[in-house]
Design a protein around this ligand. Structure first.
Ligand code: GLY
Length: 360
């Protein structure tokens, strides 16, 4: 078992990220749950069936559950209202602990509901997908999509703990495991060349559970270092947006065009587009660019997309939260292992990067 401690805002808020095998049923070892008046589990219908129903109880005390529909389309303010309604019906109060068990959607929506109900109740995250284990569950971003814009409404609220059990990954389809590697590769590209090389040596499904524990620990450590320095994304945290400016626009466009891409797939395509911009700005060499594409593609992640209109992608980019005074602040690469924030990119270069991405 591995343990990382994350300190936010001058160490006034600190919480553990516990990473191991079979630890989901030992949450009480890591958190004083008896100190809470009530425990409410928020999960989705797939996780409930796979990991919770007909299994030994997670807690020795009685718990209530709120079960959400599955998928990105459930990441709405209506779902949050439903959670608030259920919390009221359960007589939840400030002594309630919310336990989010699921992927990124459950952690983001459950965290948002917890951070707003009665102006904030404690919550922990038990992420069950690789993508959420290395990204959404750590760092305190919560939120929902609104008017087709991803994560546009939300809060910064840190969980009390993050419990990561790699055994939950054994139930994942290969495509969902592979999508998690997009954020892992991103961590390598922005912060650690050796790590980038290591995580692209074989297909995601070929890593053992012990290797995955090491990978998740390393990714959480990279994210922790960044978030501790800049929790509210004033600057450095924007490093974590690498691949997301183009990626989130492609993801939103894919929903509109009814060919939905997974978040990690869109980020993978976005990382290639943003590496291309880094190349055109002469920040990385052609050889480095080709190396990035080859390594990303070797994991099984997509590097381009077809059937999408440039206009739709550009429109989606206009809503990007990463804008300042109407200009997008880009995170690009100086080299593999070194990201750089707040770069400006000309309209012409943005256009050519999108054209390349959609195969024009
Ligand atoms: N997902 C990027 C961040 O937490 O800042």
């Amino acid at each position: 078992m591995k343990k990382i401690r994350i300190h936010i805002e001058e160490k006034t808020q600190t919480y553990p990220i516990i990473i191991g095998r079979g630890i989901m049923r030992k949450i009480e070892n890591y958190l004083p749950v008896n100190a809470y008046g009530k425990i409410v589990i928020i999960t989705d219908c797939v996780i409930e069936k796979l990991l919770l129903k007909n299994k030994p109880q997670l807690f020795s005390v009685t718990t209530d559950s709120v079960v959400l529909p599955v998928g990105e389309r459930a990441k709405t303010i209506e779902t949050v209202q439903e959670i608030w309604r259920e919390l009221l019906a359960l007589n939840a109060d400030r002594s309630t602990l919310i336990v989010n068990i699921g992927g990124g959607v459950v952690c983001d929506v459950g965290g948002f509901a917890a951070s707003t109900f009665m102006r904030g109740v404690d919550f922990i995250n038990v992420p069950t997908t690789l993508l959420s284990q290395v990204d959404a569950s750590v760092g305190g971003k919560t939120g929902v999509n609104f008017e087709e814009i991803k994560n546009i409404v939300g809060t910064f609220q840190q969980p009390k703990a993050v419990i990561i059990d790699v055994e939950t990954l054994s139930t994942l389809p290969e495509k969902i495991l592979t999508e998690g590697f997009a954020e892992i590769i991103k961590h390598g590209l922005i912060a650690d060349k050796k790590y980038f090389k290591m995580v692209t040596t074989k297909k995601p499904k070929e890593f053992s559970q012990d290797e995955l524990i090491d990978i998740i620990t390393k990714s959480c450590a990279i994210k922790k270092k960044i978030v501790e320095k800049d929790v509210r994304e004033g600057g450095l945290r924007r490093l974590l947006n690498f691949g997301h400016t183009v990626g989130q626009a492609i993801e939103a466009a894919s929903f509109e065009n009814n060919i939905p891409l997974l978040h990690g797939e869109a980020v993978s395509i976005g990382m290639v587009a943003e590496s291309y911009i880094s190349l055109q700005k002469k920040m990385i060499s052609k050889k480095t660019f080709e190396d990035i594409i080859e390594k990303i593609a070797s994991t099984g992640l997509p590097v381009r997309v077809s059937g999408m209109e440039k206009k739709t992608i550009l429109e989606k980019m206009q809503h990007d939260k990463k804008q300042n005074n109407g200009r997008i602040q880009w995170t690009l690469l100086n080299k593999i292992g070194e990201g750089v924030v707040d770069k400006s990119v000309s309209e012409e270069l943005i256009n050519s990067a999108i054209e390349r991405t959609i195969g024009l």
